[in-house]
Write a protein that binds this ligand. Sequence first.
Ligand SMILES: [Ca+2]
Ligand SMILES: [Ca+2]
Length: 359
Amino acid sequence: MVLGADPEAIISISKNVITNNTIVGEGNFFGGGIVVQPTIDSEFIMEGNLIAGNSAKNGGGMYLYLVDPACYITNNIISGNHAELSGGGIQIRDPADKSFLSGNTRGALYLSENVAPAKSGFLPVLVNNTITGNSCGEYGGGIHNMVTGTDVLMFNNIIQGNSGLFGNELAIDESDILTHLFNNNIDTESIEGAWEGDNNINEDPGFYQDSYHLTITSACKDAGTDDVEVDGVTYDAPERDIDGEERPFGGDFDIGADEWYPYTAVVESPTVEEAQLLRVFPNPVAGQATLEFEVQQPGSVELIVRDIGGREVFAVTPGHFEKGLYQVRLETGSLKGGIYFCTLKTDNGTSTRKMVKVD
Ligand SMILES: [Ca+2]
Ligand SMILES: [Ca+2]
């Protein structure tokens, strides 16, 4: 898509699902999932999108061409995209690079910006994205950064499990600009090109079975940062995660698109017609209990666990839940042995289950 807007406008692309698109042919094709090319220098925000399973010659997941480098890309999941050449997940590019015209090609997220420095003084920022399982045949399995006109900042991102010939996770072409990397989960040994930064980790992300929600033992929990300062400008991490949940939860910001909460949406639409409103398992329980419940109509949900004396020992505060099946994981290790009552309140009614804790 080509976006035209008032220079004062903010262009926003959010909460789209862009999957399984392919561009094929003999030409030099960019952006299997999405091509974004603003025509004038508006600020650009891209958040909460799922871009998966797309392919192209370059920029398998996404090709982004920015006139003004001020862009904020956050809470996106970019997974399983493929570029025949470079930028399996994302490619960031500068139109001054004539190779763009001569068929020299690049890979999955393809970000491009103009040679002119940002009027706003802001850098392109990638923060709290989950970029996994992308691949390409040349530069940058996860991200290929070809920008020459400005520094680029990446923090709190998971960039793991991508593969490319040069730079499995990240390839950086230009050594005259700086790619700033802070608090990412990335194997920095595998980066092709020059970068600077600190507090990056290289750990198994510890995903839940949906491959982007974090589990309770994930190394990404509380390993992010609330902001990063570059050249006197402070860049903030997003206030909410891909689920719309507030950041931070617990001690600090998490790395990736998900902020870990004790509950997780596990499927979007339940298929079990006669699903019980609330299930508790295992039961009896000694360690971690799972409380599973179905929300049949979008609305308010409250989950409370009380001991036999009626004292509240655990609660998920009332909040808006979309239709779906959810699981709450409850650590019962600190609870005394005995009988507990788990109560789910939804707009449709109340469901209570007995849970037996054994020491
Ligand atoms: Ca946290
Ligand atoms: Ca979350």
